[in-house]
Design a protein around this ligand. Structure first.
Ligand code: AMP
Length: 176
């Protein structure tokens, strides 16, 4: 199964991806590691991430494609633009299923404020102003990715409300 999890920041994509028992690739985690390690990618990506903007497709697509396992994986945070979805396909990677976790904007802001308060080391982009910027980017640039996969017949939508167990059960049901 080659799976993509879509959804706004704070929808629980990372939590849900980890529970599926597949290799889990998160471009956000890869980029944060690059920033921490001070690599060239990290130095190029940091200002975009701190502002809540997407890093340019040219920076992230090659890194993700190189890290892809042959089969059996879940992508979390990629593709974020229709350009990235097309690039994935051009690289020969056929996705089997896409699950969009739907979470209302006010719930996203509430959850990320809670996540920031609990974290030992706060994420630089988990403050309210940046969360609003990330939500705007999601609606403008990432929501069309759902339409792209819907037109290919791959998209399933699940509600992101309730507990992580509730959402997990919905994802399992959507995967059949
Ligand atoms: P995330 O942890 O997925 O919310 O990602 C954190 C930040 O990393 C995002 O706000 C973007 O700045 C950047 N990022 C992660 N994945 C991508 C991607 N596929 N394309 C562009 N930027 C990304």
């Amino acid at each position: 199964m080659r799976l993509v999890l879509l959804g706004p920041p704070g929808a629980g994509k990372g939590t849900q991806a980890q529970r599926l028992g597949l290799a889990h690739l998160s471009t956000g985690d890869m980029l944060r590691a690059a920033v921490r390690d001070g690599t060239q990618l990290g130095r190029q990506a940091k200002a975009y991430m701190d502002a809540g903007e997407l890093v340019p497709d040219t920076l992230i697509v090659g890194v993700l494609v190189d890290a892809l396992p042959e089969d059996q994986f879940v992508l979390d945070g990629f593709p974020r633009t229709v350009g990235q979805a097309v690039a994935l396909k051009r690289a020969g990677c056929e996705i089997d299923r896409v699950v969009q976790i739907e979470t209302p904007d006010d719930e996203v802001v509430r959850r990320i404020a809670g996540r920031a308060a609990e974290a030992a080391v706060a994420r630089a982009d988990d403050n309210e102003e940046t969360v609003r910027a990330r939500l705007a980017v999601y609606h403008e640039q990432t929501a069309p990715v759902a339409d792209f996969y819907d037109s290919e017949g791959l998209l399933r939508r699940v509600a992101g409300t309730g507990s992580p167990d509730d959402v997990h059960a919905r994802i399992r049901a959507a995967l059949g």
